[in-house]
Design a protein around this ligand. Structure first.
Ligand code: F0G
Length: 468
């Protein structure tokens, strides 16, 4: 498999170029549009492409091959991303840089399902990747392209997870990496990762959108491979959890998949994965993909409300879910295309709703970072609005591990997270739910009698308030 097996197609004007002909900012020189990677068998390929493409993937053969690779000891077969490499032949096998990413669990969340008022709820936990977020699935793909094309330097602007993933994969591949992060606005765990993996970490005195502006200028002046999600190869890796999810569900398609929205690439990546599977006959239909934004970082939601999605209305972003603190998302048109193609919705959720949802997911023993919890908060809203019905099967994509932002969790349990105004915005029911969920640490004398008395009191309280 090599570079010749794919092309890049501009999502705006449809112009097509060879993968190696792309410019350093991954935008069409004629219309500034972003690219999609296409193959002879893509839904967007022409009949000439299809005729020229040999060995088109066969659904039954693919399913068999993907299962077989599970028993292989080859690193690229053990990767839950590259195991599906037949559907994204973008690099030679020898160029692949892998940390055995993917292979993430699909958990059932029966208590959260009950809270939301539906029968069947699963979570695809992408936080269980090597660096603790879904970014690894895209980074292994795009970093491998950088390695194959001979780049020495790679870079990204990030709210923390992309930078952690990039730094790790660059280190594995022997490339050098530069990270741009907004000063003081990312979780410490994520910052520590890029340092640990040896990146040049630059904290800019701006927000994420400001970091993107600086980096976009820099890559036109220095030979750096840009690894933000405008790089379409990222999305090729990020589409593979769609394949893995369907395999885990024995090819039974759920009705809904819900993702958080930040720079708005991930929903589009999964949408591409589902639509390619549909086109190849692996699945009979695609699920609805819905995107949830934080109320303080809601440019797509606002644009849909105010102009039906014709123009993006950038916002000055502010949310404690720092991973999605993005006001001017690059991939908004791709996200919109996914919503329209699958029939999903875009919702927004408040800080208070995010905190509650995160604690509820945590209380199921699963846990996730705040940006991931918007999916569950959004699900509750979509059910309340009648857009998702009780019997429909829903998968939440949990994008980051709970340890990514432990300060948020500690602040929540100590009741130090929300302002008084935000807390007052909670309904009496929500306030009662918070009171049950909060588990601040208890400091006691090292005396077993005291501990026993505390335990008895605790048991009395919890048996009176715990849900059945
Ligand atoms: N969830 C988490 C945990 C994230 O880190 C991000 C994005 C998203 C959701 C949103 O995904 O941007 O594709 O809509 N984080 C980026 C970063 C921006 O730099 O780590 P998206």
């Amino acid at each position: 498999m090599s570079e010749e097996t794919h092309q890049l197609r501009c999502t705006e004007c449809g112009a097509r170029i060879a993968g190696t002909a792309v410019n350093s900012i991954f935008r069409c020189p004629d219309c500034n549009g972003l690219y999609d990677v296409i193959y002879p068998w893509s839904p967007l390929a022409t009949s000439a492409d299809v005729a020229s493409g040999s060995n088109l993937p066969n659904p039954s053969a693919l399913r068999w091959l993907w299962q077989e690779r599970r028993t292989s000891t080859l690193p690229i077969d053990q990767s839950g991303v590259w195991r599906f490499r037949d559907l994204f032949p973008i690099v030679k096998n020898e160029s692949i840089v892998t940390l055995r990413e993917g292979n993430t669990p699909l958990y059932d969340l029966p208590r959260c399902a009950k809270i939301a008022g539906i029968d069947w709820l699963l979570a695809k936990h992408q936080g269980m990747n090597p660096t603790g977020s879904f970014k690894d699935t895209g980074m292994t793909a795009a970093l491998s392209v950088a390695a194959q094309r001979g780049f020495e330097w790679v870079a990204c602007a990030s709210t923390g997870n992309t930078s952690a993933a990039m730094a790790a994969y660059a280190a594995r591949g022997g490339l050098r990496s530069i990270v741009f992060i907004p000063e003081g606005k990312i979780a410490w765990g994520k910052l520590s990762q890029s340092m640990d993996y040896g990146a040049l970490t630059i904290q800019l005195k701006t927000d994420f959108d400001g970091c993107v502006r600086v980096l976009t200028d820099l890559v036109t002046r220095f030979p750096i491979f840009l690894l933000n999600s405008v790089n379409p190869y990222r999305l090729e890796g990020q589409k593979t959890p769609a394949f893995e999810m369907l395999e885990q569900l024995e090819w039974q398609v759920p009705e809904h998949v819900i993702v958080p929205g930040g720079n708005l690439a991930n929903g589009a990546a999964l949408g591409k994965g589902f639509s390619e599977m549909h086109h190849l006959g692996l699945i009979p239909r695609v699920p609805k993909i819905s995107i949830i934004q934080a109320e303080g970082a809601n440019p797509l939601y606002r644009s849909l409300q105010e102009n039906g999605g014709k123009q993006l209305i950038p916002v000055k972003a502010n949310t404690r879910a720092t991973a999605i603190r993005i006001g001017n998302p690059a991939s908004w048109r791709k996200a919109l295309r996914t919503l329209n193609a699958t029939g999903g919705w875009c919702e927004q959720v408040t800080e208070q709703e995010i905190a509650l949802a995160k604690a509820e997911i945590g209380a199921e023993g699963v846990g996730c970072e705040p940006a991931s919890a918007v999916t569950f908060a959004g699900l509750k809203k979509l059910v309340a609005q009648g857009k998702i019905t009780r019997e429909e099967r829903v998968v939440l994509v949990l994008t980051g591990h709970t340890l990514k932002d432990s300060q948020y969790t500690i602040d929540y349990h100590r009741n130090e997270l929300l302002t008084e105004v935000e807390a007052a915005g909670a309904s009496p029911l929500q306030q009662a739910q918070h009171a049950i969920l909060r588990k601040p640490p208890v400091v006691l004398e090292a005396d077993s009698d005291i501990v026993l008395r505390t335990l008895e009191t605790h048991m009395k309280i919890s048996s009176s308030v715990l849900p059945a």
